[in-house]
Design a protein around this ligand. Structure first.
Ligand code: HEM
Length: 496
């Protein structure tokens, strides 16, 4: 009986201790912020979150966009009594990613949990560990950018075989996921997944594991902005199981790749793993970095291409104009030079990266007491104090739809806007991030996307959408359309 009272007492005391702790933390923060901007103006977001929850609407990025429209480009919110700075202001983004890069980084939770689920590497480290990772993979990337286009064509031919007959409805999105898994596994390990003899059940297991890591991993990162302790306690058994499947898969690819390496002539075929092994002899490290790269680079390109084709299938005007540009190649395979010079194609990719940024929002944690240039004071126009340990969420999706940068038609998909010399978005356009942690795979992704889009247009005369639903962003690390990219395609008629 007595112990029941003790338990009840502890249960009642815990919230009081928590609130007291947060109040003291808040008072200390305010006293430290005196010489800087105001950090006490709070905008409530929990009500909006609850409303969405009650209405069974997803808490996707469109919700954050609405918050910026209501509260301005930078505001502080206070869910669970811990401040969270939310910004869609280019000056702030420039500050946290570049000017004050040493004062903001990915955060301790992404570092800790990321290493549990994804191992230690470029995507899950900060400070000196991150410098070392970036230096470790950089030379391999420089070489990979010039590994030629032949491997892309091989994988593209496989993709083509999986596209059904003319006029039959299908979803291009999963085919693109399979395609980019093949291309990236070949780049990283020198062997592509499709050649390793996994059956459909194995592949299904891998895809599910990866999806779970993305969805639940994002939940852990969300939680960390509210409470580091809650995020650390968030150890979903499903997440741990999924990470195990993912690592087993990578370990298997690595061992097959290492086996192959012994029989390869020096410089015969390129892969990041072989290159790093040759340079450093450290297979373990190369495996861990490759795991990070597989996670960072696999879905991103597939999602962007899927969003491009989702749009093309609904916009015959874009399809026709792009076909006219592609037809100038006279059916020849595109070279690097051709891809670089195709202005309309590049505008389409830029516009897709703007309206459907693959990474629609992100976080950085303040590593010291510091400030960002905008968001303080009653009007949000003076520097804002950001206490050590506070997360700043920056929303690329909202920035890319800002009418003050992109004009009144900011929500329209209009590739021609990129021909306007007046349009100079600077830090209001950051699909690949910016500053020292900018996407290291940008060039590679650009080549793969442009090559694949050109080859699709060289092979198909017509495209039709088979889905009338609007774009619905997924709540995942990457922003795919929840309903995929359902369409039918019509093959090029052979000229007799
Ligand atoms: C359309 C394609 C892609 C987009 C839009 C994209 C976007 C991004 C963004 C926004 C980040 C910053 C993430 C953060 O700091 O939290 C990032 C980082 C990164 N990306 Fe990409 N990415 C793409 C393709 C790729 C590819 C193909 C690879 C590699 C094979 C890759 C490798 C990486 C790596 C390693 C990082 C971490 C860099 C660092 O922290 O130093 N990405 N990417």
């Amino acid at each position: 009986m007595l112990s029941l009272f003790v338990y009840l007492g502890i249960l009642l005391a815990l919230p009081i201790v928590f609130v007291g702790y947060r109040k003291i933390e808040f008072a200390l923060r305010v006293s430290r912020s005196k010489s800087y901007g105001d950090c006490t103006v709070q905008k409530p977001i929990l009500i909006g979150v609850l409303q969405r929850w009650v209405k069974k609407q997803p808490l996707d990025v469109s919700f954050y966009h609405q918050l910026f429209l209501r509260h301005g480009r930078t505001f502080t919110t206070h869910p669970f009594m811990k401040p969270l700075v939310m910004t869609a202001h280019p000056e702030n983004v420039k500050t946290i990613l570049a000017t004050k890069h040493g004062q903001f980084d990915i955060g301790h939770i992404r570092e800790d949990l990321g290493q549990v689920y994804m191992r230690k590497g470029i995507f899950t480290t900060q400070a000196s560990d991150w410098h070392s990772s970036r230096a470790f993979v950089r030379p391999a990337f420089n070489k990979m950018n010039y590994m030629g286009l032949e491997y892309l064509e091989r994988h593209f031919q496989r993709l083509l075989q999986n596209i059904p007959a003319d006029g039959l409805a299908f979803d291009l999105q999963p085919l693109l996921f399979a395609y980019t898994l093949n291309t990236i596994s070949e780049m990283l390990f020198g062997v592509c997944v499709e050649d390793l003899g996994y059956d459909d059940a194995d592949m299904q297991k891998f895809h599910e594991a990866e999806k779970c890591m993305r969805v639940k991993g994002l939940r852990a990162v969300h939680l960390s902005t509210l409470s580091n302790t809650a995020a650390r306690l968030y150890r979903s058994s499903e997440l741990i199981k999924s990470a195990k499947v993912f690592h087993q898969f990578v370990a298997d690819m690595v061992s097959k790749s290492v086996e192959r390496y012994q029989f390869l002539e020096k410089g015969a075929r390129y892969s990041l793993l072989h290159d790093s092994m040759e340079r450093t002899g450290d297979v373990q490290r190369a495996r861990d970095e490759a795991t990070n790269l597989l996670f960072a680079g696999r879905d991103t390109g597939a999602v962007l291409m899927s969003n491009v084709f989702f749009t093309l299938s609904r916009r015959p005007d874009l399809w026709t104009k792009l076909r006219a540009e592609v037809s100038q190649l006279n059916g020849n395979l595109p070279s690097y030079e051709d891809l670089k010079n195709m202005r309309y194609l590049n505008n389409i990719i830029k516009e897709a990266n703007r309206l459907f940024p693959v990474v629609p929002f992100n976080y950085r944690e303040a590593l010291v007491d510091t400030t960002i240039p905008m968001g303080g004071g009653p009007n949000g126009t003076t520097p804002l104090f950001v206490a050590k340990g506070t997360y700043v969420m920056y929303c690329t999706y909202a920035m890319h739809r800002d009418t003050s940068v992109y004009g009144a038609n900011a929500l329209d998909f209009n590739p021609d806007r990129w021909d306007d010399p007046q349009l100079r978005p600077g830090w209001a356009y950051v699909p690949f991030n910016g500053g020292p942690r900018t996407c290291i795979g940008q060039n590679m992704a650009q080549t793969e996307m442009s090559y694949t889009i050109v080859r699709m247009l060289q092979n198909f005369d017509g495209i039709r959408s088979e889905d009338s639903a609007p774009f619905k962003p997924s709540t995942n690390f990457v922003m795919a359309n929840v309903n995929g990219a359902k369409m039918s395609l019509y093959r090029k008629k052979l000229e007799l």
